[in-house]
Design a protein around this ligand. Structure first.
Ligand code: GDP
Length: 479
């Protein structure tokens, strides 16, 4: 499949010189009588706004290769949970992770050197649990904003002497927006002024009711300093995992997510992959975003070379042709030719399109999407100058829900609009409502880049009016 430049120009109804200019912009140097390969023709035509059937089929072909077949229920096996630690600054996230990781070195494993690969595997009662090494809801939501959700369970760390703080609330809301269940670690119980009961009471306000109080949130008092309660916490994670029935088919070509990538001086591009399903083997050919390769070596979190890894497991992969990006999918391909051709096609598409990444929702477009049945929820993040107005606004907006569409307030907070708010909005397709607050410049830049709609108001009823009108398609477009 190829086409001569001037024929393509005819088909597109433009001058050949115009088409050549476009091609030069794409880095393709040709004359009117040159032949273009199909891929390039499709890309340039698409860029010029033509409806191109081939493009759809190329992408469809990719989908089929990448998604593979659905797994039959009987092929599914239990898989370990993947856990992220979240909570307010200084409540002990890092200490807790360190303490948990240090429990795993048993006699038989002594001598294994801990490698930092971005995630660690800890065993409890013979069951593995996978911990992501970067704590915090910011890292968690940044991954989601890139289209990847790898965490199954969030540990919410709350210091027993300090109680629920602003970032505790943020962490709760970020986890909830992602539908990730929370296990609470009430930390620092070794301190004389520790008050675990107060923490339990405060958390009820955010819908987290302790099991011993008749709710369904597991809360475990711990001390990262003394190690008290750590076993119980690990036990709780396994109980939570069992409730969730986490499963995957190990007997298929692997797919997963890149959780970390770096250029290593000696080894070239290396990345840690968290396998979602299937089993990854040395020698497998893979594709990740626009890069590809063949697995040269697999190294686990103990620095050991392994031949294969199964679902939920993190592993460092050597053999990338270039550096992949954290958050990108990682999939096994049948052969190098297909991996390379899809990687190249993606790279070309990326170059040809001015926009990249998922688009945020805008309030102006909301009604259209509602009519197209693309959405059923209007997700909101609310930031206000004082707690009272944030609550008042959240309640008033919540009441606008009707049979067709639900207004979901994902997070309310006091203070200026931050990068973390924008990431949450992007990851969840939400709109940000600011009431009498400013915006951090980094947040503004991110919102512009990712097309996150931020609306700022000084009068409550104006905010309510805008949302009401967006729900009924009456919103005056904002230019
Ligand atoms: P992060 O900001 O949430 O990662 O918190 P860190 O792990 O850095 O801990 C903050 C401070 O609290 C440090 O000085 C820790 O030594 C201390 N800390 C953490 N866990 C405990 C604990 O269980 N008991 C006591 N007494 N101090 C703790």
């Amino acid at each position: 499949g190829s086409i001569v430049v001037k024929d393509l120009a005819d088909q597109l109804g433009i001058k050949a010189t115009e088409l050549i200019k476009r091609l030069i912009n794409l880095g393709v140097m040709v004359g009117v009588n040159h032949e273009l390969d199909k891929e390039t023709a499709v890309i340039v035509a698409t860029e010029l706004g033509a409806e191109v059937e081939e493009r759809a089929s190329v992408q469809e072909q990719e989908e089929i290769l990448i998604q593979g077949e659905e797994d039959a229920p009987e092929s599914l096996r239990e898989r370990p949970p993947v856990v992220t630690v979240m909570g307010h600054v200084d409540h002990g996230k890092t200490s807790l992770l360190d303490r948990i990781r240090s429990t795993r070195v048993t006699q038989s494993e002594a001598g294994g050197i801990t490698q930092h690969i971005g995630a660690s595997v800890v065993e409890h009662d013979g069951h593995p649990i996978v911990f992501l090494d970067t704590p915090g809801h910011e890292a968690f939501t940044a991954m989601r904003a890139r289209g990847a959700q790898v965490t199954d369970i969030a540990i919410l760390v709350v210091a027993a002497n300090d109680g629920v703080m602003p970032q505790t609330v943020e962490a709760i809301n970020h986890a909830k927006a992602a539908n990730v269940p929370i296990v609470v670690a009430i930390n620092k119980i070794d301190l004389p002024d520790a008050n675990p009961e107060r923490v339990r009471t405060e958390l009820t306000e955010y819908g987290l009711i302790a099991e011993e109080w008749g709710g369904d949130t597991i809360m475990v008092p711990v001390s990262a300093r003394t190690g008290e309660g750590i076993d119980k916490l690990l036990e709780a994670l396994l109980v939570q995992a069992e409730i969730m029935e986490l499963k995957a088919n190990p007997d298929r070509p692997a797919s997963g997510t890149i959780i970390e990538a770096k250029l290593d001086r000696g080894r070239g591009p290396v990345a840690t992959v968290l396998v979602k399903r299937g089993t990854l083997h040395v020698g497998d050919v893979f594709l990740s975003g626009t890069v590809w390769g063949r697995v040269r070596a697999l190294i686990n979190d103990r620095g050991q070379r392994v031949k294969e890894v199964g679902p939920s497991m993190p592993v460092e992969v050597l053999g990338f042709n270039e550096l992949p990006e954290a958050g990108d999918d990682f999939v096994i391909m049948p052969d190098e030719r297909q991996a390379k051709s899809i990687a190249d096609a993606r790279a070309n598409r990326l170059r040809a399109s001015s926009e990249s990444g998922p688009r945020g929702v805008s309030l102006d477009e909301f009604y259209q999407r509602l009519k197209d049945e693309a959405v059923r929820d209007l997700n909101l993040v609310i930031k206000a100058d004082v707690h009272g107005s944030a609550e008042a606004l959240a309640q008033a907006l919540d009441k606008l829900s009707n049979d067709e569409v639900r207004v979901r307030v994902l997070h309310t907070g006091v203070g200026s609009i931050t990068e973390s708010d924008v990431m949450l909005a992007q990851a969840s397709g939400a709109i940000i409502i600011g009431f009498g607050v400013s915006m951090e410049s980094k947040a503004r830049q991110l919102a512009e880049r990712e097309h996150v709609d931020i609306r700022q108001y000084r009068i409550i009823y104006e905010a309510i009016d805008d949302i009401k009108q967006a729900l009924t398609g009456m919103l005056e477009p904002k230019y």
